[in-house]
Design a protein around this ligand. Structure first.
Ligand SMILES: [Zn+2]
Length: 342
């Protein structure tokens, strides 16, 4: 086996193997080749790759809720808008060297930037280690790379969605619907059938929409979850079938309850995110001044009225907890299913 891999990868022999030898090399052959040493190099690369994309996720978190292109202009200082030089835009390192301040204007740069970059790196490393590491040795490098890239893309989308929902209490359709379409298009990367993916997506959406949106509204006059949450659970089903749906909803709810308990103990109350309140205040002022569009926007939005007093009316974004649960299932789902035959 080791000899074959060495032969296949030697540059002299490259043309002797038809038609494209690299895509036929398996993980086992690659691991035995000189390309795979030192063994930690691939891990470092996966983590660095993750930090770089984490840096892009920061741009998405900042710009998508403000309706600004994520591509142009290039990276800017979030405080004064000056373009960032490449040297000041190195993930994690620049933030540490500049001690969390912008070089241009000296403004404090939120630690969120470095946290998101580190989470990107951690997710890159985890997907490489756990998901790719669990693939059978006869998996081709090309197939393993496709699995890594797809899971990594989902992880970055969920990372962005979690922070956007935590701050603004909405989940972008680009993530929830776009992610669902991507999941339904790629079941082969997760050894699933098309049916599993479509059935999972359907169960995911209806399983949240019917009880928590239609049913809750009929009983209590307000929705128990947002439509964005239903679309996010639909994504979980498209990627991981019905077991992914069950896990996302239950693990998400358990973790949200724990977090709510911790916030209550620490602060005595759960406040809605600041930008949700300020966005509403802007709309209310516009509506009071006679702006008809603002008035309709307030009426249509479940966040259009200030939350009632009391813990049962507290507004806690559920999306971040769903995102965490979906990532947990991506990394540990196979292990959980094996253990509990679920
Ligand atoms: Zn600045």
């Amino acid at each position: 086996m080791g000899e074959t891999a060495r032969d296949a990868l030697r540059v002299d022999d490259y043309h002797a193997h038809a038609p494209s030898p690299s895509s036929h090399v398996t993980l086992a052959e690659f691991a035995a080749s000189p390309w795979a040493s030192p063994p930690w190099l691939a891990r470092v690369l996966a983590a660095a790759w993750g930090c770089i994309w984490g840096s892009f996720v920061n741009v998405v978190i900042h710009r998508v809720p403000r309706d600004v292109s994520v591509v142009r202009p290039g990276s800017q200082c979030p405080a004064c808008g000056s373009p960032l030089r490449a040297i000041d835009n190195i993930p994690v390192i620049s933030w540490l060297l500049l001690r969390g301040r912008a070089r241009c204007c000296g403004a404090r740069i939120s630690p969120r930037y470095v946290v998101v970059e580190l989470l990107g790196g951690l997710l890159g490393l985890a997907i490489f280690d756990v998901v790719v590491g669990a693939l059978p040795g006869d998996t081709t490098i090309a197939h393993a790379a496709a699995i890594f890239l797809a899971d990594f893309a989902l992880a970055m989308a969920l990372l962005a969605a979690a922070f956007i929902d935590a701050e603004h209490m909405y989940l972008p359709d680009a993530v929830t619907i776009g992610g669902t379409i991507f999941g339904v298009a790629t079941p082969g990367l997760r050894a699933m059938s098309w049916f599993d993916a479509l059935f999972g997506a359907g169960i995911g959406f209806l399983g949240v929409w019917l009880p928590f949106i239609v049913g809750y509204k009929a009983l209590r006059g307000r929705v128990g979850m947002g439509l964005g949450d239903a679309k996010l659970v639909m994504l979980a089903g498209a990627w991981f079938g019905w077991p992914g749906v069950v896990f996302a909803v239950f693990a998400g709810a358990v973790q949200a309850t724990l977090a709510a308990g911790i916030v209550l103990l620490a602060r005595g109350k759960i406040e809605e995110p600041e930008s949700v309140r300020t966005d509403r205040e802007v709309l209310v002022r516009a509506a009071d001044a006679g702006d008809e569009e603002a008035r309709q926007a307030l009426e249509a939005d479940p966040l259009g009225t200030a939350p009632a007093e009391g813990i049962m009316a507290a507004r806690l974004p559920f999306g971040p907890f769903l995102c965490v649960a979906i990532l947990e299932w991506m990394l540990a789902g196979a292990w959980i299913q094996e253990r509990w035959e679920f």
